[in-house]
Design a protein around this ligand. Sequence first.
Ligand SMILES: NC(=O)c1ccc[n+]([C@@H]2O[C@H](COP(=O)([O-])OP(=O)(O)OC[C@H]3O[C@@H](n4cnc5c(N)ncnc54)[C@H](OP(=O)(O)O)[C@@H]3O)[C@@H](O)[C@H]2O)c1
Length: 284
Amino acid sequence: MANQYQMSVPVPFVPGSEFAGVVTEAGPGVSGFGPGDRVMGTLMAGAFAEEVVLAPRSLSRIPAGVSDESAAAFGVAHRTAYHALRTIAAAQPGERLVVLGAGGGVGLAAVQLGAVLGLDVTAVASSDDKLAVALACGAANGVNHKGMPGGPAERQRGLRDELHPDGTDIVIDPVGGDLAEPALRSLCWAGRFVSIGYASGTIPKIPLNLVLLKGCTVRGFQMRDLSAHEPQAVRRDEAELHELLSSGKVVPHVGAAFKLSEAASALRHVADGKAIGKVILRVG
Ligand SMILES: NC(=O)c1ccc[n+]([C@@H]2O[C@H](COP(=O)([O-])OP(=O)(O)OC[C@H]3O[C@@H](n4cnc5c(N)ncnc54)[C@H](OP(=O)(O)O)[C@@H]3O)[C@@H](O)[C@H]2O)c1
């Protein structure tokens, strides 16, 4: 909506990228879905609405026993976090994972999924409230980067020291800004740094010699590109995710709920950094 994303949506548009609901109509030639089916899905824009129209390939059935709220909250953040851990970072049980923005949608999903994959998760967030939720969602440790004394440079050094230099196997970074470099410095030899987004508003500039010295890998991805370039890995990840959701091993954390008519307040809640996990709009 601020038009600061990698891609623009032509205006005017209805915001919202993920939803859950019930099929009311299927177009001619559509098979696999019919009226009454409970479905969840993702689209670039249009989900903050009573009705959406979209292609069946963007839909999946909500597993029995999964609430509409969990289904709506699952689409983008958990898929992004799981692909990052499973396909991009090739995470292995027992590895040490640092998650930046651990109170946010993608960050908290990465904490939950990292714990389910058997990783030793350190959550980094800006408040003790966010860290408390991250710890409840499976993080073994929490680091409050805002609580560190001094200016930005001292806080960066403090975060690097707190994360134990050379002690991290994988960093998941949906935030960028000042947090990225100290997190990368905490990587061990051949560690993996996954750049997912820049919620801080600043795309970090990393000294390339750090990559040389650590023998580490820095990779980023966008969901839509991953599906196009690594379809087999995405299919495997989707199947595993479906099992995690339907078995109840992973339940998205919904930190707040608003009415559809309060969508602007919900967006303000997120933009002000108050959201923990996902924020839901209740329609009807
Ligand atoms: N690559 C992909 O395919 C993909 C997919 C989904 C999302 N993304 C991107 O990933 C990023 C995170 O998405 P999300 O859904 O997790 O967002 P979110 O729920 O809003 O969480 C973002 C987190 O970033 C931190 N943050 C630091 N400075 C911030 C600022 N100025 N404004 C807002 N947040 C700030 C906050 O954590 P603290 O309070 O702890 O600092 C917040 O919890 C976004 O940039 C999004 O575009 C990318």
